[in-house]
Structures are given as C-alpha cells and as structure tokens.
Design a binder for this molecule. Structure first.
Ligand SMILES: O=P(O)(O)OC[C@H]1O[C@H](OP(=O)(O)OP(=O)(O)O)[C@H](O)[C@@H]1O
Ligand SMILES: O=c1cc[nH]c(=O)[nH]1
Length: 184
C-alpha cells in the first residue's frame, strides 16, 4: 500500500472548521439570508458541523442543504437526466428554498473545480441565489476552471500524481486528511 502522510488530524480539522465558521460570520455580518449547502457526500457532514459551530457562536440556526451534483457533471458518458434525480434536499429531505439566499457551498477537497462548477449549475437551476461562496476543507490546486474558494481549511500544494483523502467519523473510522501517491 502506498505510503500515506497525515496532513490534518482530528484537532486540525476541528480548528479549521471553527475558524471557517467565524470567517463566514464575519464576511456575511451574521447569518441573515445565509444557507450552507454541502456536496455529497463528505461536504454534507462538513456543512452540518459548520452549522453546529455557527449555532453555538451566534445562538441562531442556519439552514443546511445537501447537493448531489451527479447529473451536472461534465465527465459522465451519458448525463443522467436532470429531472430523474433531484439535485438537492434539506437535512430532512425537503427542498430548502435557495432563491435569494447567500449560499455557502461546502466540499471536502477542491482540485480541478469541476465538481464545484456542477454544484453551481445545480443551484442556479433551483432558483437564483443572491450569491454563492465556497468553503473547502482542503485546496490542493490544479484548477481547470476559474474557481477559487472563499474559505479554506488548509492549502496543500500537490503534484498531480498525489491524492488527497478526507475521512470523517460520520462515515469513516476517523477524522483525518492524508496525502499519498496515486495514479494522477
Ligand atoms: O475539484 P474536482 O476535480 O472536481 O475534485 C474535487 C472532488 O473530488 C472528490 O470527489 P470524488 O468525485 O472523487 O468522489 P468522492 O466524494 O466519493 O471522493 C471530492 O470529494 C470533491 O468533491
Ligand atoms: O486528490 C483528490 C482529488 C480530487 N478529490 C479528492 O478527494 N482527492
């Protein structure tokens, strides 16, 4: 098995999310009209953790939505029909209203930017938001589209041969970010 290096442990992930929660509040001057939207799958858990921290800091709740970008990807042989799979849902399965919201889109890793492009298209199809901001736990560079994050847990310069893997306790054994040599 390829050698792995831990670049963020549980404590580092926790601190990064706490910092991002404060940055979101500072930039938006609170949470009015704000909504967190996590990209499935791990972005959703990060969004829920951020919502919890924001709630603790502000003593007010912020809506959380889930986004499945599969139908909007540009790397599928045959795109799944958009109306066959609903792109988004709230934490309780209901569609959250996105029109007019300041949306903070959340994902674990930002690489080429293609997932985020798909996410923005999905959001636009659901109703015109006031704005979209982007929060990621790790930015590893190598963008193929003009997309940049507003909030970053950790910038990790990488080669294209390396892989970043984020694991979260909600679905994995531990909270951790590792880097290893992949297939590029
Ligand atoms: O900027 P990009 O080049 O689009 O890469 C980033 C995406 O890649 C990963 O998802 P992946 O499709 O590998 O699936 P996973 O969530 O199951 O890991 C990651 O979770 C991001 O969503
Ligand atoms: O290294 C990478 C690239 C894209 N997505 C990941 O999760 N890791």
């Amino acid at each position: 098995m390829a050698e792995q290096h831990v670049i963020m442990d549980e404590i580092a992930i926790r601190r990064a999310l706490t910092r991002i929660a404060h940055e979101i509040l500072e930039r938006n001057k609170g949470i009015e009209d704000c909504m967190l939207v996590g990209i499935r799958r791990r972005g959703v858990f990060l969004a829920k953790r951020l919502a919890q921290r924001i709630e603790e800091i502000e003593n007010a709740s912020i809506p959380v939505g889930e986004l499945d970008v599969t139908a909007y990807r540009d790397d599928l042989e045959e795109s799944i029909l958009k109306d066959e799979s609903p792109p988004a849902s709230g934490a309780d399965g209901a569609y959250p209203p996105t029109r007019g919201k300041r949306i903070i889109l959340i994902d674990d890793v930002l690489y080429t930017g293609r997932t985020i492009r798909a996410g923005m298209d999905a959001l636009m199809d659901m109703g015109r938001p006031q704005s979209i901001q982007l929060a990621v736990l790790v930015d590893r560079g190598h963008r193929e589209l003009p997309i940049r994050p507003d909030y970053v847990g950790k910038n990790v310069p990488t080669s294209k041969l390396e892989q970043i893997e984020v694991t979260l306790t909600e679905i994995d054994t531990k909270d951790q970010v590792v880097i290893f040599q992949g297939r590029g």
